[in-house]
Design a protein around this ligand. Structure first.
Ligand code: FAD
Length: 403
């Protein structure tokens, strides 16, 4: 049995674990990221793409944004399509010039692995943590095949199905799960021209969305009945439905869609675990809260958790000041709840209700079009939407100028 020791053991090399490890390593805190996947696999996993204003601000402050500042494109508007109208919401203008940065998650992950390597603290790839133990003691442990790592603190950044959540005591924590009455087919598609901005279609056949991801790739979403299977969606049906829902009444044709390298069904659910700290185990990112892709918030929340934890652990480990660590769970849960509230509000705008209480589709769509138009007109409603959507930081009481 190989035995190792570190101050902060981090399970999972996603955006949360890697961002945290970079700051800890830079501040002289000994840490080790343990990741079950190979480096190639982790760097190839395509998921998120929209980075909020506050996320980029923090990455910049930490010196972790060189790749994205050089390679990202910026977006400050989105289009809503409904009842044959296209309504452009200029959330950049409504939030005082703040914008999203479009940078694929796998490129950010790859950048963060590179900087960690340069700091002499490379993640331990292809090692699965089988159990997190002794979390109530001063020396929690990560147990892997043939290896045990003794830590001062363990941070579980291993996603919703990770082993860290499994280490929580049976009593003393609560998990709030919500299942939505639809699923989303998610498609990565090769396109002949980049999406210039996010497009949301509210349609009687169901929601459809188009998200920019780069020059030749876009991500698309299609609302499906809950429990639907990707097998029911051959390429011809996907393209037909995207065209029907996204171009309805629009002068703007869809890009030509080529190969579909990824077609998956997303079970639409959200989950929040509380508290986020149990003894010396802390949860961050998707291990702590899972949101649907609505509003593009998951990776941003994961990095915001890492930002808080980085300061808190440096203060605790280097300076013996545990105040920020003590505040971690309550402060991050409050932010996660606020973001979840926004994400659910957007889901309600984008989907028509089903069932006996639903109004006529035409009446529902007319209501939605009126709401969407208010988001496009200057005023408090559009400003609140803009700040929440772009993650300006102003909504949590910190109003910094656009950068
Ligand atoms: C289709 C899609 C589109 C999305 N779009 C957006 C978007 O535009 N904007 C946005 O902000 N968010 C988006 N998200 C959400 C975002 O991708 C996640 O919220 C984000 O990846 C969470 O980061 P994380 O570091 O918490 O976890 P993850 O990225 O899930 O990383 C967890 C890591 O832990 C590892 N791991 C798990 N178990 C173990 C173990 N036992 N031992 C060792 N390692 C382990 C995993 O291999 C993985 O590498 C999207 C998600 C999906 C699915």
């Amino acid at each position: 049995m190989r035995r190792m020791r570190t101050q902060v053991g981090i399970v999972g090399a996603g955006p949360a674990g890697l961002a945290l490890a970079n700051v800890l390593a830079g501040a002289g805190v000994d840490c080790l990221v343990v990741e079950r996947g190979s480096r190639e696999r982790v760097e190839a996993r395509q998921r998120a793409g929209l980075l909020e204003h506050r996320t980029v601000r923090w990455l910049r402050e930490q010196g972790l944004a060189d790749g994205l500042l050089a390679g990202a494109t910026r977006h400050g508007w989105c289009d809503f399509r409904c009842l044959g109208h296209t309504v452009r919401v200029d959330y950049g203008a409504c939030s005082g010039g703040r914008e999203h940065w479009v940078y694929p998650q796998q490129r950010l992950v790859s950048d963060l692995i590179g900087t960690l390597e340069k700091a002499g603290c490379p993640p331990l790839f292809s090692h699965t943590v089988r159990a997190v133990t002794d979390i109530a003691s001063r020396r929690p442990r990560l147990k892997c095949e043939g290896m045990e790592i003794e830590c001062d603190y363990v941070v579980g950044c291993d996603g919703f199905r990770g082993v860290s959540r499994a280490a929580l005591p049976a009593t003393g924590h609560r998990v709030h799960n919500r299942r939505y009455p639809y699923d989303w087919l998610t498609v990565l598609a090769e396109v002949d021209r980049p999406a210039e901005g996010v497009v949301y279609a509210v349609h009687r056949d169901g929601f459809a969305g188009m998200m920019p991801r780069g020059r030749n790739v876009s991500r698309f979403y299609l609302q499906c009945p809950p429990g639907d299977s990707p097998a029911a969606w051959p390429a011809s049906r996907i393209v037909r439905e995207l065209r029907g829902r996204l171009t309805d009444g629009s002068a703007e044709p869809l890009p030509t869609i080529g190969a579909l390298p990824e077609v998956r069904m997303l079970r639409m659910h959200s989950s929040l675990t509380e508290p986020l700290r149990h003894g010396r185990l802390l949860l961050a990112g998707d291990a702590a809260h899972v949101l649907t892709p609505s509003g593009a918030k998951g990776m941003n929340l994961a990095i915001a958790d890492a930002a808080h934890l980085a300061t808190a652990l440096v203060n605790r480990v280097r300076h013996g000041d545990g105040r920020a660590l003590a505040a971690y769970s309550a402060e991050r849960l409050a932010d996660a709840r606020r973001v979840l509230g926004f994400s659910e509000w957007l889901l309600r705008l984008l989907h028509l209700p089903a069932g006996p209480d639903a109004g006529s589709p035409r009446a529902e769509l007319t209501d939605r079009l009126a709401t969407i138009r208010r988001l496009a007109e200057p005023g408090p409603e559009s400003a609140a939407f803009a700040h929440r959507y772009v993650g300006s930081g102003a909504e949590d009481g910190f109003d910094d100028p656009p950068g």
